[in-house]
Design a protein around this ligand. Structure first.
Ligand code: F6P
Length: 547
């Protein structure tokens, strides 16, 4: 089934939301709490070991009803069905979108072009498992008979960000292999990694769905050249494996077909860590933990498929985001995990969100007349409190935030964790409550501050408050809860794409720069600048003269 196509602004619920926004835009969250002592009970969801409190938003239950109506009018239910059933919803590339199948149970049946893909998914999962075990237990050795000590993941975009984020997040569960990531075509990046490596004990995982990506191929060639300085061509089979759909190009690179982990065109790069793209994750934390990561994602898939929209975590978070983006005019959202382990979550979700929903053409091929794709950014708390929180508290922009925290720390250090979490709770409270003139004045009075000095200082110390936040409080950072968390945000992206009437699973917008870079590279190689705009020619000539 093709996805429904209509402009969301022409729906009845959109008009009602616009009217409702006029009533809500100056509402105070604090006052809404004061007026209704059951507010938090109505506006939270408890699911598995997740507690999602969305009561600190500029919403009433009526807002949520209208937003759910919008989701219904935009055909979300049918779209979810198409998504999980393998319909060709990535229309501009003629593909299904089935990262959810990668984490489905082995008893599931998911057909693509009439064929159940679950058996081949499990075949690849088995291959990942066996390979991981053989590296971990030393059955597979390097070309001089030594066990592997290091793994290098060579990939970019979805072939890097997901594994890098998950390996960082699951550091606590890591075995003793050292894992490195090479992504940028910047030669300094690869050389910094190379200098840490011993070719005899390093395994290289080249990850590229297409196996045509300039950055990944260049880095792989550089590493292969360095490797061959001490090893022979035959040794490549022992040290290089690849994850790709392009078996022909992988073989041309010299990788043994036995060492290829296949993936499928119905897995988008930015949603691919559940496939063999996650091989590095499995190598870093062991297959059982990788399996748990997938199991956690599968549980979130089931929740997303079956829960009513008003009790559905990804749907609620997506609708709130639309509320602020399309009615309040918020342009960005911050993700603030209160764990250092999730320091790469924001960059990871930047690709997921912005590559998916950064589109100005609707599913009808027309330019949209409303805002799409939010800008995602963030850093772990408490570091971010000492960096950009000033702007969230007292800046001129509305920045809705997701606070993600854990009830239990991994090393059991209660003193640190209580301090960390007291900041977590205090920040969402402060963002909502702010600090009134009366409160500031009372503080001045207590300090005995002179009247005129107090009057001149007062405006700077007042916080308006009323800044919306969602709080995601999860029991513990485990491979399973991480899987659920990532899947939650994947589905949020999906819901928003459906409501914005755009195609979330292509990424034509990154192609133009790639094409032009190839053209410029040819000119640099020939030391001759062809026709460009005046600025680009000026810069290129300067570069050629001074390099
Ligand atoms: O930047 C565009 C993109 O196609 C991403 O979607 C993808 O994750 C990345 O490039 C890497 O692509 P590949 O895995 O084919 O090397």
């Amino acid at each position: 089934m093709a996805l429904q196509t209509n402009n969301p602004t022409t729906t009845q619920s959109w008009s009602k939301l616009q009217e409702h926004y006029q009533q809500m835009k100056n509402s105070s969250i604090q006052e809404m709490f004061a007026a209704d002592n059951t507010r938090v009970d109505k506006l939270n969801i408890q699911w598995n070991d997740f507690l999602v409190d969305y009561s600190k938003n500029i919403i009433t239950p009526e807002t949520m009803t209208l937003l759910v109506d919008l989701a219904n009018e935009m055909g979300l239910k049918a779209a979810i069905n198409d998504y999980f059933e393998g319909a060709l919803i990535n229309k501009t590339e003629g593909r299904a979108v089935l990262h959810t199948a990668l984490r489905a149970k082995d008893s599931a049946v998911v057909n693509v072009n009439g064929e159940n893909v679950i058996p081949e998914i499990y075949e690849v999962r088995n291959k990942i498992k066996n390979f991981t075990n053989e590296i971990e237990n030393g059955a597979r050795k390097g070309y001089t008979g030594k066990v592997f000590t290091d793994v290098v993941n060579i990939g970019i975009g979805g072939s890097d960000l997901g594994p890098a984020m998950a390996v960082e997040a699951l550091q606590y569960y890591k075995n003793n292999l050292s894992v490195h990531f090479v992504s940028n075509v910047d030669g300094d990046h690869v050389n910094e990694i190379i200098k840490k490596l011993n070719p005899e004990t390093t395994l290289f995982v080249i990850v590229s769905k297409t196996f045509t990506t300039q950055e990944t191929l260049t880095n792989s060639e550089t590493i292969k050249k360095w490797f061959l300085e001490s090893a022979s061509q035959d040794d490549i089979a022992k040290h290089f494996v690849a994850v790709s759909t392009n078996i022909e190009k992988v073989s041309a690179f010299g990788i043994d077909p036995e060492n290829v982990f296949p993936m499928w065109d119905w897995v988008g790069g930015r949603f691919s860590l559940w496939s063999a793209v996650g091989l590095t994750i499995s190598l870093a934390v062991g297959y059982d933990n990788f399996d748990q990561l997938l199991a956690g994602a599968n549980e979130m898939d089931e929740h997303f498929k079956s829960a009513e929209f008003d009790d559905n975590i990804p749907v609620i978070l997506a609708l709130l985001s639309i509320w602020y983006n399309n009615f309040f005019g918020a342009e960005s959202e911050a993700l603030i995990p209160y764990t250092q382990y999730l320091q790469k979550l924001a960059p990871y979700l930047q690709q997921g969100t912005m590559e998916s929903n950064g589109k100005y053409v609707g599913r009808d091929g027309e330019k949209v007349n409303y805002q799409t794709g939010t800008i995602i950014w963030g850093e772990p708390g408490t570091n971010s409190q000492h960096a950009f929180f000033q702007l969230i508290h007292q800046g001129t922009k509305l920045i809705p935030c997701d606070f993600i925290g854990y009830v239990k720390p991994l090393y059991g250090d209660k003193e640190h964790h209580d301090k960390l979490m007291s900041n977590f709770f205090a920040q969402t409270e402060a963002l909502m409550q702010g600090k009134s003139q009366q409160q500031v004045q009372a503080e001045f009075d207590k300090q005995g501050l002179e009247k005129s000095e107090a009057a001149s200082l007062l405006p700077f110390k007042v916080f308006e408050g009323n800044k919306p936040t969602n709080t995601l409080l999860i029991d513990k950072l485990t491979p399973k809860s991480l899987g659920s968390l990532i899947a939650l945000y994947e589905h949020k992206i999906f819901v928003q794409g459906i409501i914005w009437n755009i195609f979330s699973f292509d990424q034509w917008g990154v192609e133009l720069g790639k094409q032009l870079a190839n053209k410029v590279l040819a000119e640099i190689n020939e030391n001759k600048v062809a026709t460009h705009d005046a600025s680009t020619s000026f810069l290129l000539n300067y570069y050629l003269k001074n390099k």
